[in-house]
Design a protein around this ligand. Sequence first.
Ligand code: PLP
Length: 384
Amino acid sequence: MYLANRLDSFQESVIREMTRKAIENDAINLSQGMPDFLPPKELISGVEEALMKEEHQYSITYGRTDLREKIAGKLKQYNKMDFNPNDEITITCGASEALTSSIFALMNPGEEIIVLEPWYENYVPITYLAQGKPIFVPLAENSFDIDEERLKASINSKTKAIIINSPHNPTGKVFSLDDLKIIADLCVDNNIVAITDEIYEYIIFDTLSHKSLGSIDSIRDQTITVSGFSKTFSITGWRLGYVAANRKLMDGIRKCHDYLTVCAPSLLQYATLRAFTLGNKYYEDIRKRYQVNRDYLMENLHNHGFKIFKPKGAYYLFADITEFGMNDLEFSNFLVKNKGVAVVPGSSFYSKKRRNHGSRFVRFTFSQKLATLKEAIERIEKKL
Ligand code: PLP
């Protein structure tokens, strides 16, 4: 009776619940996207140095100036976007907080955000907390392509923003430049803000290269670009991300960031400067490592009857389990309790209306060591 009504619109995170079940059942956790190996040694020694260097107090609210400058350099070189580190970039507590501050900065009660379905689970609760309304637009059935007509039809006078995530969680879909141009044109024509979540921008496979929505000139000033260090540098627990946007949008985002967090952890901001000393080889190695993982897990799950959409980026496999005659919840519970492997039920990436559709899938992460994936496959293969 004391709690706000808006909390009724969503439940606790299914992914983190699966992590708890994994611990309870001593299972291999292929549910939450986090590595089971150490981050680069340069970052670890950066923390040691930060501890001795009096990096123990609040940093500037928007993040260390030198780190923002490094991020501006990376955005220019890798993402082909120009942002002023002084007033167009903010360092946040993970990409999660970058998304939260951005959505809080945009929404008036009852305004709408378009979310492509399936989606990364944080977008929807944040929208409700900001008193906005998520409008779900399904991606195409098997290809997970953008359905331009459906997208157009979902826009109305209350539409404030659209969230696009590429490489995509949970499917591993990478949207092409043509897809991004569709979004850019729709946003420009209808005066809508695009929030682009590019947290997996360096985990991209085969011959693909990452494209940033904000690099399309026409939409630069109405795009909020979110990324971070969690996935690229295997430091999901450090909680360091960032957001880049034109100055007017950034003014609002910074107000929210300031009162939500004061600042991102100072020690870890200092240590993360070291990420910028790593050369191209680091990025090539991380791609190769995850591509080997993808190929291993895909092939072995395929051999056991899973139908899998081939991910082109991120570190997830979205596997169709129709073959096994169980829905996603039954299957995930069976797997964690009887086989000792935790995965995420697919319906948690879908709205109530399309939950049945999602219950055909489970999501595996391949963010772990290859040896961990091999053990998971051995466990799955073991007769009960
Ligand atoms: N965006 C997507 C698509 C994710 O999958 C995740 C984490 O799994 C995040 C954002 C959150 O990233 P961070 O750890 O930087 O908060």
